[in-house]
Design a binder for this molecule. Structure first.
Ligand SMILES: *Cc1c(COP(=O)(O)O)cnc(C)c1O
Length: 317
């Protein structure tokens, strides 16, 4: 929906990190856009704002900061760069629902923000999401894109006596059943976040000594940000120890996973996108990061077990 609203067409370039999920790129590629992959910063694993300007060309239309693990990008800097070069900002806040940046909700800082309610996210309706729109005069157009390119929403409000096809669109709206499920999730959103934060903080304290010993790196939360505990991850020194840790945790019944195969290294990423500069931080995060189990309702005892097993394995390396 964001790509249609911004009128992205063939050859338009969209600056985004390679260290993200495929949906970030797909939405623009579906309109003929070209993802331009830029490296991430080593501290938050978010789009490196210092490397954006080198990627800007006369074809650049938008910047898509992805708030990895629910931790905000440096939005002040990114918006400043976008304004200087007259580019749009679409926040990929898929993982960041309820996180804040300088006291404002993440996803509400750019011109458009996208939130995911996929089953893997904190608040879910199975599949689905929300588009946050910062321009009131874009809302009517968004509504038609949402409803298969028709003005049916206006018809239902009694503003028209029949509805018709007015522009390109699709079936972006949720089903009644999905929406009912989501409503119940939203009513519990604070409880869900508090429970996840409890486990997240337990992990963070539990691994402090391991980080001090130089054996892992823990997530970094910038001072002006609050986060929603979407993910707890650790960065290992290299891919060999990361893979071994995944294997040994699995042997004791703990599922931990890597994240992500960088898009610029994927078959479709190579076909549809281009890379700007060196992506060494992306490469290193893709091969050294491990995500630990985290869910709403995780018992302290379970988190403690994961911490103890992880420390035990790493100390034997
Ligand atoms: C989950 C996710 C998405 C969106 O996924 P959908 O399946 O389209 O809801 C987009 N970007 C990131 C970074 C994600 O984690």
């Amino acid at each position: 929906m964001a790509a249609i609203l911004l009128d992205i067409g063939p050859g338009d370039e969209i600056i985004m990190p390679s260290f993200t999920f495929v949906s970030t790129a797909n939405s623009f590629v579906l309109r003929g856009g070209v993802p331009v992959f830029v490296d991430i910063r080593a501290d938050t694993l978010n789009l490196d704002d210092m490397k954006i300007e080198a990627a800007i060309t006369s074809r650049t239309k938008a910047i898509v900061p992805v708030h990895y693990a629910g931790v905000a990008c440096d939005m002040e800097n990114i918006i400043c760069i976008a304004e200087r070069h007259r580019l749009r900002v679409v926040e990929d806040a898929a993982q960041a629902f309820m996180s804040t940046y300088n006291g404002r909700g993440v996803g509400t800082l750019g011109e458009l923000g996208t939130v995911s309610f996929h089953e893997t996210k904190n608040v879910t309706s199975g599949e689905g999401g929300a588009l946050l729109i910062n321009h009131s005069d874009w809302i009517e157009m968004a509504e038609t894109i949402w409803e298969k390119g028709t003005n049916r929403a206006r018809f239902i409000r009694g503003e028209l006596d029949k509805y018709t096809w007015v522009n390109v669109g699709s079936s972006f709206l949720p089903s009644e059943i999905g929406a009912a499920f989501l409503l119940a999730q939203l009513e519990e959103a604070e409880t869900i976040m508090a429970s996840r934060l409890r486990s997240w903080n337990q992990y963070h304290e539990g691994f402090a000594a391991l980080e001090a010993a130089g054996k892992v790196r823990r997530p970094m939360i910038p001072a002006h940000c609050t986060h929603n505990a979407h993910t707890y991850y650790l960065l290992l020194p290299d891919s060999k120890t990361r893979d071994l840790l995944i294997e040994r945790l699995s042997a004791v019944g703990i599922q931990a996973v890597s994240h992500y195969v960088p898009l610029h290294d994927s078959p479709a990423g190579k076909r549809y996108g281009r890379t700007e500069g060196d992506l060494s931080v992306t490469q290193s995060a893709g091969s050294c990061l491990i995500r630990l189990p985290l869910w709403a309702g995780m018992a302290d005892e379970q988190t403690r077990t994961v911490i103890e097993e992880t420390i035990d394995i790493i100390e034997k390396f």
